[in-house]
Design a binder for this molecule. Structure first.
Ligand SMILES: Cc1ncc(C[n+]2csc(CCOP(=O)(O)OP(=O)(O)O)c2C)c(N)n1
Ligand SMILES: [Mg+2]
Length: 673
C-alpha cells in the first residue's frame, strides 16, 4: 500500500512517544504528590526530604513513596519541555470509516481495546461522538461477539465488534462459530497492520498476519480486506448486507492499521458511501411450494417440525396459521421460539413417529429429527435407527441449504428429502399457507377438525405430566431445577419478560412450565454449543431488552460463566439490567454424565477423587462464590441459596433491583439437572 510511508514513520515515532508518555504520567503524578505535601520545590532535592518525612516515626498519615525518587538524569529528562509530536495533515481515513458505519443501524460496538484499530477507535469516540455505535468495554473478544449474538436475537439488528489482529481474532473465534451455527449476523472487524516494511516492529508485528480472516473463514459467510477507503465503504455495506440476508451469519473485515491512520488523499476521486438496500430473503420455488402443499393437505397425520423458522412475532403467527389450517401437530426444536408452548397443537419430538408427511423448517439436523442415534452400541460406537415409517414423505424449507462451507460439520448428516426448498421459511410461509388452504379438499375438512380435538386432549395430558414431573423432589436441597424454574416464574410472570439465555443446557423446565408466546421469551441456545456463550449472550440480549423496555432473566450455568466472567463487569459498567440466577450444580455436569456412562460401559466405577463427579468434571473444593464474584464487579448479589424456602424471597429482592435498572445475581445451589 504505497501512499503510506510517511504515515507509518509517523506512527512508529508516535508509538515510541506513547510509551514515554505513559512513563511520564506516572512519574509526574509521583512528583505532584510530593509537591503537594510541601516537601519539594525543586526536583533535584526530593529524595532526602521525601524519605525523611515518610520515615519519621509518629508522622501520622505520612506514607513511604511507592517508587524510588528519580535520579538527577531522569528528573532532568522529565522536566525538559516535551517533544512536540507531529500532527496529521488532513482528515483521518478512519473518520470516513465512521461516516460509512453510521449509515447503518448499528447501535453498539462491544469490544476489547487494541492498538491495531486505535485509528478507528479514536474516530468512533472523538469524531463519531460515541453514538451509533456506542463503544462498550469488554474484557474478552469472545464476550464481545457473544454479546452481539444475544443482542441480535432480542433486537433483530446486528452489532459490530473490533478485534485485535491475530490474538483478538483467536479469542473471538469460538463465539463467531457459535453465531455461525446459530445463523446470527455479527460484523467482526479485525485490526491488522499489513505493511511489513513500515509497521511498528515487535509486538504489533506479532499481532499482524497476512490474512487474519483465515482464522474464521470457514465459519463466516464472507470476508474482505479493503485496500482503500472506497474499498472499505463497499466492503462494509456488502458485509452488512450479506450478514443480514438469510441464512444470517457472521462476516469479517480485516482492517489495515495504515488505512485507518493515514489522511484521506483524493487521488482525483471523490469518496462516496453506497446506499444500503436490504436483499429480500430467498423464497421457495412456486412449484415446490405447490407440491409441498399438496402433500400436506392430503396427509392423514402431517407433522410440522420447526427449529429456527420464526425470527419475529410475525414468524410465530405464520407457523400458527399453517398448523391451524392443517390441525397439524407442531414439534418445536427450540432453536428459537417458533410456536407458543401454550398452543394445543404443540407436541414432543416423538410426534414424528406416526407422521405420514413431515415438513421441517430451518432444522439444524433433519437426519437427527427423523432418525435416532444410540450411544454405546455393541462395539462402543453409536447405533443408528429410524424413528419414522418407511414411506413418510419429507419436506424441507431451509435457507441453510444455500451455505456451502465444507470444513466444519454444521450441516449434519445427509438426509434424503422429497421436496427440498433452499429458501427462508419465514419468507416462504405466506405462499405455503395460501397453497395449503387452496388445496385442502372439502371432504377432508371434517377429518382435519377431528385431528384438532385429539390434539387438545393430548396437549392437556402432556401438561399434567410436566407438572407431575416438576413436583418431584420439590423440597430437596440443593434445590431441584424445576423448583428453581417455578420460583423464578412466580416473580416474573406478570412482567414483560424475556429469557435471554439458559445455559444449564439440560434444563428445559422453562420451556415446559412457563407460558412462552412471544419470540423474545425464548431466544434459543448457542448454536455451536461452544460453552461460554450463556453469560455474554445474556448481557447482549439484556442490552437490547433494556432499550425495548423488557425485563431480562438469565439462567446461568456455573461452568459456562467461568470461561469469561468479566462480562459481568461490562453489564454493570454499562447499566445493563439483568436478573441472573445461577444454576450452580458445582460441576460440568454434562461431562460428569459422559464419564460415568463410559465407566459403566467398561464395567468400572468412575474415580471421583474427593469430589461429587468423576475427576476433572467437578467445580468444587473450593466452591466458587458467584455472588461475591458478581458483587466485586458492581452487581447486587445474594447467595448461596441452598434451602428452597429462601429462594422466592431472594428472587423477589433481586427482581426489584433489576427493575430499578441494575444487574442482580442470585447464586442458587441446585441439583445437577
Ligand atoms: C468450549 C467448550 N469446551 C468444552 C465443552 C464440553 N462441554 C459440554 S457441556 C460442558 C459442561 C458445562 O458445564 P455447565 O455450563 O456448568 O453446565 P452443566 O453441564 O453443569 O449443566 C462442557 C465442558 C464445550 N461444549 N465447549
Ligand atoms: Mg454446571
Amino acid at each position: 500500500m504505497k501512499r503510506r510511508i510517511g504515515a507509518h514513520e509517523h506512527r512508529a515515532r508516535e508509538a515510541a512517544g506513547r510509551d514515554a508518555a505513559i512513563a511520564d504520567v506516572s512519574r509526574r503524578n509521583f512528583l505532584t504528590g510530593v509537591a503537594v505535601a510541601g516537601a519539594v520545590t525543586t526536583v533535584a532535592s526530593p529524595p532526602a526530604n521525601a524519605a525523611t518525612q515518610a520515615g519519621e516515626p509518629g508522622a501520622a498519615g505520612a506514607r513511604r513513596p511507592s517508587a524510588l525518587p528519580p535520579s538527577t538524569h531522569v528528573a532532568a529528562k522529565e522536566t525538559a519541555p516535551p517533544q512536540e509530536l507531529s500532527r496529521i495533515k488532513g482528515v483521518a481515513g478512519s473518520d470516513f470509516m465512521v461516516d460509512v458505519i453510521k449509515t447503518l443501524d448499528i447501535k453498539y460496538l462491544p469490544a476489547n481495546p487494541a492498538s491495531s484499530f486505535r485509528g478507528l477507535h479514536e474516530s468512533l469516540i472523538d469524531y463519531g461522538g460515541n453514538k451509533m455505535p456506542e463503544f462498550l468495554t469488554c474484557m474478552h473478544e469472545e464476550s464481545a461477539v457473544g454479546m452481539a449474538h444475544g443482542y441480535f436475537k432480542a433486537a433483530g439488528n446486528p452489532l459490530m465488534t473490533l478485534c485485535h489482529g491475530t490474538v483478538g481474532m483467536q479469542h473471538a473465534s469460538m463465539a463467531i462459530y457459535n453465531a455461525w451455527c446459530d445463523r446470527v449476523p455479527v460484523i467482526v472487524v479485525g485490526g491488522n497492520d499489513l505493511d511489513a516494511a513500515h509497521r511498528p516492529p515487535g509486538v504489533p508485528t506479532i499481532h499482524s498476519a497476512q490474512d487474519i480472516n483465515a482464522l474464521v473463514r470457514d465459519f463466516t459467510k464472507w470476508d474482505d480486506t479493503p485496500f482503500s477507503l472506497q474499498h472499505f465503504a463497499q466492503s462494509f455495506i456488502r458485509a452488512y448486507k450479506i450478514a443480514m440476508t438469510p441464512p444470517y451469519g457472521p462476516v469479517a473485515i480485516s482492517l489495515d492499521a495504515g488505512l485507518q491512520q493515514e489522511p484521506i488523499t483524493s487521488n482525483g476521486e471523490k469518496l462516496y458511501i453506497p446506499r444500503y438496500v436490504p436483499t429480500s430473503p430467498p423464497q421457495g420455488d412456486s412449484a415446490a411450494v405447490k407440491e409441498a402443499a399438496r402433500l400436506l393437505a392430503n396427509a392423514q397425520n402431517p407433522v410440522i417440525v420447526v427449529d429456527r423458522a420464526a425470527r419475529s412475532e410475525n414468524g410465530i403467527r405464520l407457523v400458527v396459521e399453517l398448523a391451524e389450517a392443517l390441525q397439524a401437530q407442531v414439534v418445536d426444536l427450540d432453536g428459537r421460539l417458533n410456536f407458543p408452548n401454550t398452543h394445543y397443537l404443540r407436541r414432543a419430538p416423538s410426534a414424528v413417529n406416526n407422521a405420514d408427511v413431515i415438513i421441517g423448517m430451518e432444522l439444524t439436523d433433519y437426519w437427527g429429527t427423523v432418525n435416532a442415534w444410540i450411544d454405546n452400541g455393541e462395539h462402543g460406537i453409536g447405533v443408528n435407527t429410524s424413528k419414522i415409517k418407511p414411506d413418510t414423505k419429507l419436506i424441507s424449507i431451509s435457507s441453510v441449504d444455500l451455505n456451502t462451507k465444507s470444513n466444519y460439520q454444521d450441516l449434519q448428516r445427509f438426509q434424503v428429502v422429497d421436496v427440498q426448498m433452499a429458501a427462508d421459511a419465514e419468507a416462504t410461509l405466506p405462499a405455503l399457507i395460501e397453497a395449503v388452504k387452496a388445496q385442502i379438499p372439502n371432504e377432508r375438512k371434517a377429518l382435519i377438525e377431528k385431528r384438532g380435538e385429539a390434539a387438545r386432549k393430548a396437549f392437556a395430558e402432556a401438561k399434567d405430566r410436566a407438572r407431575a414431573e416438576a413436583a418431584l423432589a420439590w423440597d430437596a436441597s440443593p434445590i431441584s431445577t424445576a423448583r428453581m424454574a417455578m420460583e423464578i416464574w412466580a416473580q416474573i410472570k406478570d412482567l414483560d419478560w424475556s429469557l435471554v439465555s439458559s445455559s444449564g443446557i439440560g434444563n428445559h423446565w422453562p420451556n415446559r412450565l412457563w407460558r412462552m408466546e412471544k419470540h423474545y421469551q425464548w431466544l434459543g441456545l448457542s448454536g455451536g454449543y461452544g460453552v461460554g456463550y450463556g453469560a455474554p449472550a445474556a448481557v447482549g440480549a439484556a442490552l437490547a431488552n433494556r432499550d425495548l423496555g423488557r425485563f431480562s432473566v438469565n439462567i446461568q450455568a456455573d461452568g459456562d460463566l467461568m470461561y469469561a466472567p468479566g462480562v459481568l463487569w461490562t453489564a454493570a459498567r454499562h447499566n445493563i439490567a439483568l436478573l441472573t440466577v445461577m444454576l450452580n450444580n458445582r460441576g460440568y455436569h454434562q461431562e460428569v454424565m459422559h464419564v460415568q456412562r463410559l465407566a459403566s460401559f467398561r464395567n468400572r466405577v468412575a474415580s471421583l477423587g474427593k469430589d461429587m463427579g468423576p475427576i476433572g468434571t467437578s467445580i468444587q473444593n473450593p466452591d466458587i462464590e458467584y455472588h461475591k464474584l458478581a458483587e466485586s464487579m458492581g452487581w447486587w448479589a445474594k447467595g448461596p441459596i441452598k434451602d428452597p424456602a429462601d429462594l422466592g424471597p431472594a428472587l423477589k429482592e433481586a427482581v426489584a433491583v433489576v427493575r430499578s435498572g441494575q444487574p442482580a445475581l442470585v447464586n442458587v445451589w441446585t441439583q445437577p439437572r
